[in-house]
Write a protein that binds this ligand. Structure first.
Ligand code: GNR
Ligand code: NI
Length: 173
């Protein structure tokens, strides 16, 4: 397995819309394993292929405390949504920024597993939030898109500054 690097907002590559996987092969299984390792290393609960600069509709997640329940979603689609909830969200592509986002409370998701077999899942709570957050990434959306443009510009400014400092430090090291 290998660790992949995670794109950071406002990188324009986070805006690309990912293409459906046509058939699930070793290539997708390798990418899923690398993404899972990358997500665990970064202490995230979800990761979309878009975030590691891969333009395919593949998501990995693990909401368990002990990282023992990996989940994989290929070509995920939300077929039903009910109610609404507000959750404080973070994102590995928007480090250090947390904000409340309103999303559906319950969703029904249809996807393919790593074996290529279709499955359906009813999710609520954080699982529902995370699936909606990840499918947004596949559609080129980031959670800060739901903030006011003023707040989004502040986030962008802060992250650009941090990225400049990181780069300068890397040069000196
Ligand atoms: O690690 C993550 N935590 C999180 C918390 C609240 C709502 C959504 C998330 S997803 C995020 C990982 C990530 O950036 N996935 O794209
Ligand atoms: Ni994210």
């Amino acid at each position: 397995m290998s660790r992949l690097s995670i794109l950071e907002f406002p990188d324009p590559r986070l805006r690309r819309v990912a293409k459906p996987v046509e058939s699930v092969t070793e290539r997708e299984r390798k990418l899923a394993a690398d993404m899972l390792e990358t997500m665990y290393e970064a202490r995230g609960i979800g990761l979309a292929a878009t975030q590691v600069n891969e333009g395919v509709r593949l998501v990995v997640m693990d909401l368990s405390e002990d990282r023992s329940e990996p989940r994989f979603f290929i070509n995920p689609e939300i077929t039903d949504r009910v109610g609404s909830q507000t959750c404080e969200e973070g994102c590995l592509s928007v480090p250090g920024i947390y904000a409340e986002v309103k999303r559906a409370e319950k969703v029904t998701v249809r996807a393919l597993g790593l074996d290529g077999a279709p499955f359906e899942l009813e999710a609520d709570g954080l699982l529902a939030v995370c699936i909606q957050h990840e499918i947004d990434h596949l559609d080129g959306k980031v959670f800060v898109d739901y903030l006011s443009s003023l707040k989004r510009r502040m986030v962008e400014k802060r992250l650009r500054k941090q990225q400049r400092q990181d780069k300068a430090e890397a040069t000196r090291a």
